[in-house]
Design a protein. Structure first.
Length: 195
């Protein structure tokens, strides 16, 4: 919002939106040393009016049509479920990224803010998205803590991730890993999964 003094209103707002999105895309292309990006997400979407602003949609569609991005989407948190629900109606964005885990809540690792959601409602929204061909990326997959599907299985983060991946509407998952040991641990068992 600090880049949009006009709050996206009028011709000035459209220019500000275009300039902000263009500068972010250019910075990403330079940081990645590439001329295209597979999936470009509007990060931490909060405002429905900005996410679905005509200039925002025009920018993403133009970059996709030109091949600079292959797909577009947005990430948001669960207090903004109106955003993926609206995207289900409009079917504009190719991908949505939302928190999803077995607990239906998490504590943010940086801000320590607590967030929870209506798991049943979220599952309905995400199922509808997948049925419409919209990719669903789960984040905060381990932020609900360790999980066990039964008393005979030790609770683990592996089981927490598997709980997420067993949902057919999940296209991919963002799994937080903080060192190479965790990367090796996750990739060793993920390779053998038949999900």
């Amino acid at each position: 919002m600090e880049e949009l003094p006009s709050k996206g209103k009028g011709k000035r707002g459209s220019v500000e939106i275009h300039d902000a999105l263009s500068s972010k895309l250019e910075a990403s292309l330079q940081a990645l040393s590439t001329d295209y990006i597979d999936v470009l997400l509007y990060h931490d979407a909060l405002d429905e009016n900005l996410l679905f602003h005509q200039e925002t949609l025009k920018f993403f569609e133009g970059m996709k049509n030109s091949g600079v991005i292959k797909a577009h989407g947005f990430s948001t948190h669960n207090e903004y479920m109106n955003l993926p629900a609206r995207n289900n109606s409009e079917a504009f964005y190719d991908v949505v990224m939302v928190p999803f885990n077995h607990k239906g809540s998490f504590v943010h690792s940086v801000t320590r803010n607590y967030s929870e959601w209506d798991q049943s409602k979220l599952i309905l929204i995400l199922t509808e998205a997948a049925n419409k061909g919209i990719g669903v990326i789960a984040m905060k997959t381990c932020s609900g803590g360790k999980y066990s599907p039964s008393a005979s299985i030790e609770p683990s983060y592996k089981e927490a991730v598997l709980w997420v991946l067993r949902h057919k509407f999940i296209s991919s998952a963002s799994i937080a890993m903080v060192n190479f040991e965790q990367i090796d641990d996750h990739t060793s068992w993920l390779k053998d999964q038949n999900i």
